[in-house]
Design a protein around this ligand. Structure first.
Ligand code: E4P
Length: 217
C-alpha cells in the first residue's frame, strides 16, 4: 500500500519524506488555507514546492465546478510539474472533466467520494485514483472502512485500473485496516504514519538490551 501524506505543511511533508516511506501528497483547498496559502500564484508556487520535496504524486485540486473551468484549471495544474495529479470533485461535470483529462493523458484523483456508485463512475471515466473519505463517513456513524471493502470488490470484479486512495484517514488503525482491505493507497496525517512505529514492548525491549549492554561493558 502506498503512503501519501494529507497536508500542505512543508515541514511535515519533509519529515515524512525523510522517514523514507512516503509515496506522495494530497492537498485540498482547506489544507492550503490552514497553512495560510492564498491567492492563485502563491497556491501554484506551493504545489511546485511540494513536488520538489517529495518523489511521488502530488494531488492539486481544481476550484471550478463547471467543465470549462475545471479543464482550464486542470491543464494549468498539470503543466506545473510532472508529479501533479489533478484532483476533481465527484460531480457531473467532474466526471466529464476526468474523462477529458484521461483522454489527454492527464492523471486525476476523483475526490469527495462517499458511495460505491460514485466510485464506479470515477473508474468508468478513467480516474487514476478514487478518494473515498472514510473518516468523514465514520463521523456520521457510517462504516467508512466498509466502503473501501466494497469498492475493492467492485474494482476487482472488472479489473479496473483506478487505484483506491483511502482518504480522510484519521489515525493509525485506519491505516492498518485499509492495508488489510487492500486499499492501493492511504492518505493521512503524519501522526497516523508515525503511530505505526509505536509499541510498548519495543520500547521496553530496547531499554533492556541497552541496559544489558552497559552491564557487560
Ligand atoms: C483527501 O484527499 C482529503 O484531503 C482528506 O483526506 C480529507 O480529510 P479530512 O476528512 O480529515 O478533512
Amino acid at each position: 500500500m502506498k503512503f501519501f501524506i494529507d497536508t500542505a505543511n512543508l515541514a511535515q511533508i519533509k519529515e515524512a519524506q525523510e522517514l523514507g516511506v512516503l509515496d506522495g501528497v494530497t492537498t485540498n483547498p482547506s489544507l492550503m488555507a490552514k497553512e495560510g496559502i492564498t491567492g492563485r500564484n502563491n497556491i501554484l508556487k506551493h504545489y511546485v514546492d511540494i513536488c520538489n520535496i517529495v518523489d511521488g504524486d502530488v494531488s492539486a485540486e481544481v476550484i471550478s465546478t463547471d467543465l470549462k473551468g475545471m479543464i482550464k484549471e486542470g491543464e494549468e495544474l498539470a503543466e506545473l510539474h510532472e508529479q501533479i495529479v489533478v484532483k476533481v470533485p465527484m460531480i457531473k461535470d467532474g466526471i466529464k472533466a476526468i474523462k477529458y483529462f484521461t483522454d489527454k493523458g492527464i492523471r486525476t484523483n476523483c475526490t469527495l467520494v462517499f458511495s460505491c456508485g460514485q466510485a464506479l463512475l470515477a473508474a468508468k471515466a478513467g480516474a487514476t485514483y478514487v478518494s473515498p473519505f472514510i473518516g468523514r463517513l465514520d463521523d456520521i456513524s457510517t462504516d467508512g472502512l466498509n466502503l473501501i471493502s466494497e469498492i475493492r470488490h467492485i474494482y476487482d470484479n472488472y479489473d479496473f485500473e483506478t487505484q483506491i486512495l483511502a482518504a480522510s484517514v484519521r489515525h493509525t488503525m485506519h491505516v492498518i485496516d485499509c492495508a488489510k482491505l487492500g486499499a492501493d493507497v492511504m492518505t493521512g496525517p503524519l501522526s497516523a504514519i508515525e503511530g505505526l512505529l509505536k509499541h510498548p514492548l519495543t520500547d521496553s525491549g530496547l531499554a533492556k538490551f541497552l541496559e544489558d549492554y552497559q552491564k557487560g561493558n
